[in-house]
Design a protein around this ligand. Structure first.
Ligand code: 6GU
Length: 239
């Protein structure tokens, strides 16, 4: 299989994603199944989690402290984070150091596409009130939120981001799972899809899909996409 060899040797490379977290267990399952597992098994993606407590300031595993100026909620301290980041930087040069935070830039497919072309990413998951501002100023190059709601920590958000990036790495998806026709990839939502049986509880699969006419089917799908996007997401619709 010449094409396969070419593909693997020339296009595919390893993407490494390091994640600093106080809750590595939260990140185990999302990367151990399905497409993320396949990406790692194929040697296209390596996700490594690092427990911030390994860089705790004392034997109690402390990584957070009260905030200056008062107020409820702890802040993740500078030293453990700086030491963790600098330890990882000894062996890896990161293209981006990403901080997961609800006040970051809202994540979307465009950012996923851009990040999928990087080689080494470091993701910092925040907890409590977040991390000391000086870590953001000194090390962080990109701040990402996954939407306008608050999660109790950055881990689930990091899992979302890594999943969306990982599936875009060349060689991870095959024709059947291709990302080319995903919702958002062309600023359109995906059209409806159907499988057997041709009739279910009186509901029929649209006739056009049974015609075997690829051009007409493609037109129909595009039309459905435009209609759905107009109804649901006029904000993303472009000419
Ligand atoms: Cl990245 N972190 C947290 N804690 N909450 C969020 C978020 C991130 N994105 C949306 N809500």
């Amino acid at each position: 299989m010449i094409a396969g060899n070419l593909y693997n040797a020339d296009i595919c490379r390893l993407m490494q994603i390091d994640i600093i977290t106080v809750a590595p267990e939260l990140l185990e399952s999302p990367f151990s199944h399905s497409i993320m597992k396949r990406a790692q098994d194929k040697g296209l993606l390596a996700v490594r989690t690092h427990n911030l407590r390994e860089w705790a300031i004392n034997k109690h595993g402390q990584v957070d402290d009260y905030q200056y100026g008062g107020g409820a909620g702890m802040v993740m301290m500078c030293e453990p984070l700086a030491n963790a980041i600098e330890h990882l930087q000894k062996t890896t040069t990161y293209d981006e150091i990403i901080y997961m935070t609800p006040d970051g830039k809202t994540f979307n497919q465009q950012t996923a596409n851009q990040l999928s072309m990087k080689e080494n990413l470091l993701i910092i998951c925040g907890h409590y009130k977040g991390i000391d501002q000086r870590i953001r100023d000194l090390y962080v190059t990109l701040e990402i939120s996954i939407g306008d709601y608050v999660l109790s920590g950055g881990e689930l958000a990091a899992a979302v981001v890594v999943d969306s990036i990982g599936r875009l790495i060349p060689g991870v998806l095959n024709d059947e799972t291709s990302a080319l026709f995903d919702s958002f990839q062309d600023n359109l939502l995906a059209p409806p899809v159907y499988t057997r049986p041709a009739e279910f509880k009186g509901q029929k699969v649209p006739d056009i899909l049974l015609t075997g006419h690829p051009v007409k089917i493609e037109d129909w799908r595009h039309e459905q996409s435009v209609q759905k996007t107009t109804e649901r997401r006029p904000d993303i619709l472009r000419d």
